[in-house]
Design a protein around this ligand. Structure first.
Ligand code: JB8
Length: 257
């Protein structure tokens, strides 16, 4: 998978050299390029922002550096990936569509994402219009109903959620099937040794005996029950959605618990 990130803070993306994503890059499963938006300016001060037309607080990102950056990054990607490759252009945006596990799954199956990090109060609206008119597929994605200072932290989260679903990136593919949200429910509780643990306050805490029974059918049924119970308690919205999926929800996987 090819990922291009556009940002005025390239150093913010340094964690993508580490851990699972870093290994995916070294293994050739991920070709990640980080570009400094200021390299697409032409003035002495490398200006990317200006005051909002119509007035208001803060600054707005100017359209010209964005248009030049996209022209450069999209041309380079097309040349390197081959003639028919087209990117999905993703803008983290608190006014975007909710980014969920189903989004991560769908995007992990794409050959090429361009992730564009806004800053200040946001980007001149004409940039989105220009990209759509140029025939590019554009998605605005929100991590949740809160506001960050810019798109970089969202791009870190989106990249991790997407790249770990690329085949070969996570060593044990079975762990991707069992985790929270893979089937629209929260994961069951996990335990490891010691089966009897005395906590620092002196309380003796037993792991559920059924997990030591060796009866895999019973263990699966117990976990399914805990999964439902926990989802009903913490995320009733997820259970409601499984009963009556809304337009735009993830399709039923057919292996729900
Ligand atoms: C300026 O909360 B966010 C987000 C916030 C932003 C920009 C982009 C994304 C640009 N503020 O996802």
């Amino acid at each position: 998978m090819r990922l291009d990130v556009l940002t005025i803070f390239p150093d913010y993306l340094a964690p993508l050299d580490l851990s699972l994503i870093g290994r995916a890059r070294r293994d050739g499963l991920l070709d990640l390029r980080v570009h400094d938006l200021r390299d697409f300016t032409h003035d002495r001060h490398r200006t990317v922002d200006d005051t909002p037309l119509g007035g208001g607080a803060g600054m707005v990102m100017k359209p010209e550096p964005w248009a030049e950056a996209f022209a450069s990054v999209v041309a380079a990607g097309r040349a390197e990936l081959g003639g028919d490759a087209e990117p999905l252009v993703v803008f983290p945006n608190p006014a975007g569509a909710p980014f969920a596990q189903a989004t991560a799954q769908a995007w992990s199956e794409r050959p090429w994402l361009v992730l564009a990090c806004g800053r200040y109060e946001g980007i001149d609206e004409r940039v989105y219009e220009h990209l759509a008119d140029a025939g590019l597929e554009v998605a605005l994605a929100s991590l949740g109903d809160y506001v960050l200072n810019g798109g970089e932290v969202a791009v870190l989260a989106i990249t991790e959620a997407v790249v770990r679903l690329v085949p070969g990136v996570v060593g044990n593919a079975a762990s991707l099937v069992e985790e929270s949200h893979s089937d629209g429910l929260l994961e069951y509780p996990l335990y490891t040794r010691p089966a009897t643990w005395t906590d620092p306050a002196g309380a003796v805490r037993e792991a559920p005996a059924i997990l030591l029974s060796g009866d895999h059918g019973k263990i699966a049924a117990w976990r399914a029950e805990r999964s439902r119970e926990r989802t009903a308690e913490r995320r009733p919205d997820l259970l409601a959605r499984r009963e009556a999926p809304a337009a735009g929800d993830a399709p039923d996987t057919g292996h729900g618990r």
